[in-house]
Design a protein around this ligand. Sequence first.
Ligand SMILES: NC(=O)c1ccc[n+]([C@@H]2O[C@H](COP(=O)([O-])OP(=O)(O)OC[C@H]3O[C@@H](n4cnc5c(N)ncnc54)[C@H](OP(=O)(O)O)[C@@H]3O)[C@@H](O)[C@H]2O)c1
Length: 400
Amino acid sequence: MSNSFDIVLYGATSFVGQITAKYLAQHTSEPFSWAIAGRNRAKLDTLKAELGLADLPILVADSHDEDALRSIAEQTNVIITTVGPYALYGETLVKICAETGTDYCDLTGEPQWIKQMLDQYEAQAKESGARIIHCAGFDSIPSDLGVWALQEHAIAATGQPVSHIKMRVTKIRGAASGGTVASMLNVMADVRKDKSLRKVLVNPYVLCPDEHGFHVRQTNHQKAQFEPDTKMWVMPFVMAAINERIVHRTNALLGARYGSAFRYDEAMRAKSAGQAWGMTLGLGAFMLGAATGLGRTLMAKTFLPKPGEGPSEQAQLKGMFDMRFYGTTEDGSQLEFKVKGDRDPGYGSTAKMLAQVGLCLAKDVSELEGGCWTPASGLGQKLIDRLAAHAGVSVSQVKP
Ligand SMILES: NC(=O)c1ccc[n+]([C@@H]2O[C@H](COP(=O)([O-])OP(=O)(O)OC[C@H]3O[C@@H](n4cnc5c(N)ncnc54)[C@H](OP(=O)(O)O)[C@@H]3O)[C@@H](O)[C@H]2O)c1
C-alpha cells in the first residue's frame, strides 16, 4: 500500500459530499489520510476553508476525464464518490477503479446502471483486485445488514436460515435532496428511452450473478394493504426496488446462504388505512408525473429540490429511521431485528455510513478479494461494528 491517501472523497462539493467531508474531518478517533476531489477547484477551495483543514489536499477531475481520474486513482487506496446521477456521470470512474485495482464505493440506487457496471467491469475488478461496493448509503446498507444479521443469528441458533424475511419501515424522518430526485427522474428517463430496461427493473434477481439459480416469486408491494399476521397497514416503500435487489445479490454472492428459495420484501408501516392509501396515491401520482418528459420538467421546475439542495442541518439532526426485520426459524421461533439511525436517512446518516464503508475498505478487509461486493457480503460484521461505534447506526435483535 504505497499510495498517498487511504481515501479520496470525489464529489466532495455535492450536497451529501459536503456532509461526508465534514464527518471525515471530525472523525479523529483513528488515523487515516485523505483528500477531497471534484470538478470545480473554486468550490473545493471554499469547502476546504470551511473544513478548516489547511493541509487537506485537493484533486480536480471532471467525471468524463479518464486521465485525470486515473491520476486520482493511482494516488489512493479507496475512492468514495457522490458524483451522481451515476448513470450520467459514474461509469468512467468505475472503469478506472476496475483497471487500476482501486477500491470504490458510491451512493447509487440505480439498478439499471449497476447492472451495466457489473456486466462491463466486474471481471476486470476481480482480476485487478479492486473491491467495488455500490449502494453504500441508506439504500441499501440498513436492509442488507439487517437481513444478514438476522440470518446469521438464525443459522447460529438453528443451523438453518429463515426462508422469508419481511422488512417494515416503522419510523422515518427525512427528505430528499436535488441529487436524489435527479437520480430518480433519470431512471424514469432511461426507461422511457429504452423500453427493455423495464424488464431489468422488475426482475428481483437482476443484480445476481448469471448462475444464481433463484426462481421463487417475490412479493412486490405496490399498494396499501392490511397485513393480518403483523396487524399493520402497510404501503409501498420507495427504496424497496433497489434494496430488495441488493439483498438477493448478497444471498447469491454468499453461495445462497439465505437459501435458494429465500423470499424478501420491504414495505412501510402506516398508522391507518387513510395514511396508507394517501401515501400510495401520492407515490403513484409522482411516478405518473415522472413517466413523461414534460411531467419531469414541470416537477423539477416547481416543487422538487434542485441539484445541490437538500434538508437543512437542523432537519438532518431531527431525522431518524427505524426498520424492523421479521422472520420465522425452521423450529417456529419468531425473530425480530431492528436497524436504527440517529440522523435523517438520506443525508446525515448516509454520509456517515458512506464514510465508514470507505474506511472499512481501507483498514479492515485486506483479505477481501477483488470484485463487485454488496455491503453485507463484502464487509458484514466489520461494517456493523463500525456503524455502531462511529455512525449512530445500530443493528440488533429485538428480544421477544
Ligand atoms: N443511497 C442513498 O441513500 C443516497 C442518499 C443521498 C444521495 N444519494 C445519491 O448521491 C448522489 C449525490 O446526491 P446530492 O444530492 O449530493 O447531489 P448534488 O448536490 O446534485 O451533487 C452532484 C455532484 O455531482 C458533481 N458533478 C456533476 N457533474 C459532474 C462532472 N461532469 N464531473 C464531476 N463532478 C460532477 C457536482 O459537482 P459540483 O459540486 O462541482 O457542481 C456535485 O458535486 C446522487 O446520485 C443521489 O441520488 C444517494
